[in-house]
Design a protein around this ligand. Structure first.
Ligand code: OAD
Length: 373
């Protein structure tokens, strides 16, 4: 984090559709080819500048910072079997991550801008923070592939649990139980945990990348399947733009892939500039500002934003420690276990492998599996 400029990686492979492998050529392609079916695929990296930690960044990621909890592996906090045994670590974290505290980022407003211009076919998000909705994006354009905090239900009898009750419980760091007296099962937000199926909306929309005329991937390590395979289902010859700190998921391997390596907000501003949308983007983002006086702080250099994220992660982990009442001796013991192999790269029931045209996902993308045979 902290790059002032995003870097366009322009390797020697000649593009087939674009004039060059850079943003200006992508802008020209959008204007000259009447592009109207853009698919966007995102992960936690588009929300880090709002102060929400991502999962896998080595210092500021949640998994690195949750390692002191009562978890064999930090990913257990989102594991359904673990949750059944011990829901407290999840609810300690939920208190911190619950929607309402954070402002959408410039990257969220950029997606809203694509929508306003009638160019957005679908927005696929792995995020549970609901910031796309807060930025004004219409719900029917969003596929929340890993669910969200918007609704919740009993994990046993599936009875929905009231929103207000949920807000109260989460706010007090308490674990909610089903209100059906003979059930009393654990209640969980409709977030997809490891070991659970993705929502119906994902399966209904899984063929849309194939219809896209442009793909934008932002702020994700593309390490969790089946989401990680989505970019590979865009047709050959359809440009794919990656805006991310690192190169991920085989993006860059096709002749019309364009890589903007660096901060998402810097990358979308570059995109908007190439399209002549700079002012519109800033105006749209300004609408998400609950306190215009905070503008100065928002415009602080990226380095200090990174520091703010670090502070946010520290505050969050301290709060969780307090909520769970962990003793120093206990934390020390768990810290000593650090360094064990992690579950990273495992999927919601499917092995990872974000490479091009990965196999073993026939049950998730049957329409494409048939085609590749
Ligand atoms: P990760 O933490 O795995 O990846 C975030 C990516 O965004 C990394 O490549 C970061 O380098 C990059 N990044 C972070 N901040 C950035 C910034 N400001 N600008 C550009 N890039 C930035 O998060 P996801 O890919 O979203 O699942 O993780 C996928 C899933 O794994 C999550 O949905 C979650 C987790 O387990 C569940 O909880 C079910």
């Amino acid at each position: 984090m902290g790059n002032e400029e995003s870097t366009v990686v322009d390797d020697s492979t000649r593009p087939s559709v674009l004039e060059a492998r850079n943003m200006e050529a992508v802008a020209k392609y959008i204007q000259q080819h009447d592009v109207k079916r853009i698919v966007v695929m995102v992960g936690a990296g588009i929300s880090t500048s709002a102060g929400i930690p991502d999962f896998r960044s080595p210092d500021t990621g949640l998994y690195a910072n949750l390692a002191f909890l009562d978890l064999e592996e930090p990913e257990d906090v989102f594991d359904i079997s673990f949750f059944r045994e011990n829901p407290k670590p999840f609810y300690a974290l939920a208190k911190e991550l619950y929607p309402g505290r954070y402002r959408p980022t410039v990257a969220h407003s950029f997606i809203k801008l694509l929508y306003d211009k009638g160019l957005l076919l679908k927005h696929f998000t792995q995020n549970i923070d609901c910031l796309e909705r807060q930025a004004g994006l219409s719900g029917d354009k969003i596929v929340e592939a890993h669910g969200s905090f918007a609704t919740q239900r009993c994990i046993e009898c599936k009875t929905p649990y009231p929103d207000e009750e949920m807000q109260k419980k989460v706010h007090h760091g308490e674990v909610p139980h089903c209100l059906v007296p003979q059930c009393n099962g654990l209640v969980k937000p409709d977030i997809v945990f490891f070991g659970e199926a993705l929502p119906e909306s994902f399966f209904r929309s899984r063929d849309l990348p194939e219809q896209a005329d442009l793909c934008i991937v932002m702020g994700t390590s593309l390490s969790v399947q089946p989401f990680a395979s989505l970019p590979s289902f865009c047709r050959e010859g359809v440009p794919r733009v990656l805006i991310n700190m690192q190169r991920v998921g085989g993006l860059g391997s096709r002749p019309d892939d364009v890589l903007l390596l660096g901060d998402c907000d810097v990358g979308v501003r570059k995109f908007a500039k190439a399209m002549g949308w700079e002012e519109e983007l800033e105006a749209l983002w300004e609408q998400t500002n609950p306190d215009p006086k905070a503008r100065e702080a928002e415009n602080a250099p990226l380095q200090s934003r990174d520091e703010r994220l670090r502070d946010e992660v520290d505050r969050l982990t301290e709060d969780i420690e307090r909520t769970l009442g962990l003793t120093d001796a206990y934390q020390q013991r768990v810290r000593e276990r650090l360094g064990e192999p992690s579950k990273q790269g495992q999927s919601n029931g499917v092995d990872s492998g974000a490479g091009e045209e990965s196999t073993g996902l026939d049950h998730v993308f049957p329409h494409l599996a048939r085609k590749f045979r």
